[in-house]
Design a protein around this ligand. Structure first.
Ligand code: SF4
Length: 391
């Protein structure tokens, strides 16, 4: 854990009622849509980038209202690094108008290797970005082809070197469980990643989301999904190998060298407030969770017309907020600190979720002490199923 504590034990903020000190900006442009991707984005419509900036400014006026000091800023997508140089310059200057980065800030950006010019990398640095999340996914050209990514192993070698010359805090995103990928190949991927020494690595299991090309191709028998056993073996390998190499697992999918956990994500995991701008972006303000419209064109049209680009919005009651906090914190390896949980939510977790905790404790999936409830390594395999029972 690093020193960033948006809601510390000493002064526990009520869930989502604190002053937001973080912002997420969703950049919805990609070259094309990869077969497995169901994110909010628009592919091959780069002519809309200028309209996007105008809409974003209108949303900043509506949501953020005045210039704010923040601790963490995250540019995600889509592919933020796909924006053209002039659009990136305008975006950074817009963000600078609205957000003052506090001393010790973290400014992250998701970057893809394909077509990444060194001029852009220099611009990221000049704009104050100090953390890069690099979407590598694999080092194997066949796997990258299956995933329909635009980059290959040579692009990775070049881009990693250029980024490492300019940034210390780099995270690699990797995907396991890709059709055609063996357990040995996944081990090779992890080991290649470690040899490049990024201070942070995220590993995600491939999912077949309904409506994606991958989903359709699996239904047709064109893509074969790995068995659960193979997926678990790959995940187990990450959980064993990466800590051996000095990367502590601090969340289901995240591993970091000491001092390099992602501070922005910790805002979500602490149930703190944050701004969320751009299509499909979620925000949590004054205890209300709102998600912008997921259709890029609808969000653009409404926002440009001066209308609200919100999609869904819900204000959780105190018990629902407490349960949601439990679910979010359970994904972290630190688990749910019981005293802090009660201070922030006014609920005693062991009373609120007694039967679920007993059930999974007996199954060996939860560790329960007087101080904390957390997933055991075995429990991390079934986290998605398990956490639902806490809601
Ligand atoms: S580059 Fe990333 S965000 Fe864009 S389509 Fe592919 S997986 Fe989705």
């Amino acid at each position: 854990m690093n020193e960033f504590t948006p809601t510390s034990l000493a002064s526990p903020a009520r869930l989502g009622k604190d002053v937001p000190r973080s912002a997420y900006i969703h950049v919805p442009f990609c070259v094309h849509r990869c077969g497995y991707c169901d994110f909010t984005l628009i592919a091959g419509r780069d002519q809309l980038m200028d309209d996007y900036l105008i809409a974003l400014e209108k949303e900043l006026e509506r949501q953020v209202k005045t210039r704010r000091e923040i601790d963490t800023l995250f540019l995600g997508g889509g592919t933020p690094s796909h924006l053209t140089l002039p659009v990136l310059e305008k975006l950074f200057s817009l963000l600078n108008e609205w957000f003052e980065l506090a001393p010790g800030y973290e400014f992250s950006m998701e970057v893809n290797p394909a077509g990444l010019l060194v001029e852009k990398i220099d611009l990221f640095r000049a704009a104050g970005i100090n953390r890069i999340s690099l979407g590598l996914q694999s080092f194997d050209n066949e796997i990258l082809k299956t995933l329909e990514r635009d980059h290959n192993r040579n692009d990775i070698e070049r881009v990693v070197e250029q980024l490492q010359d300019r940034f210390e805090n780099i995270s690699f995103d990797l995907i396991f469980g890709v059709p055609g990928e063996s357990v040995a190949l996944w081990k090779e991927t992890l080991s290649r990643a470690v040899s490049l020494a990024p201070p942070h690595i995220s590993t995600y299991g491939l999912t077949f989301e309904k409506g994606t090309d991958f989903w359709i191709r699996r239904e047709r028998g064109e893509l074969r999904q790995h068995t659960e056993e193979v997926e678990q073996e790959m995940y187990r390998m990450s959980m064993e190998y990466l800590p051996e190499q000095g990367y502590d697992q601090y969340e289901i999918s995240n591993f970091a060298k000491p001092g390099f956990t992602c501070r922005h994500n910790q805002v979500y995991w602490n149930g703190a407030s944050y701004f969320g701008l751009g299509p499909g972006a979620a925000r949590y303000l004054d205890g209300v969770r709102t998600t912008n419209h997921r259709s890029v064109l609808t969000w653009l049209k409404r926002t440009l017309a001066g209308e609200c680009g919100d999609g869904e919005s819900e204000e959780l009651n105190p018990e629902e907020k407490a349960r949601e906090l439990a679910v979010i914190q359970l994904r972290t390896t630190a688990g749910i600190p019981l005293k802090e949980f009660e201070l922030r939510s006014s609920y005693d977790l062991l009373e609120l979720s007694r039967s679920v905790i007993d059930k999974y404790h007996q199954a060996g999936w939860l560790e329960v002490t007087d101080e904390v409830v957390r997933l055991t390594p075995e429990g991390r395999f079934v986290a998605d199923t398990l956490v639902v029972d806490f809601l």
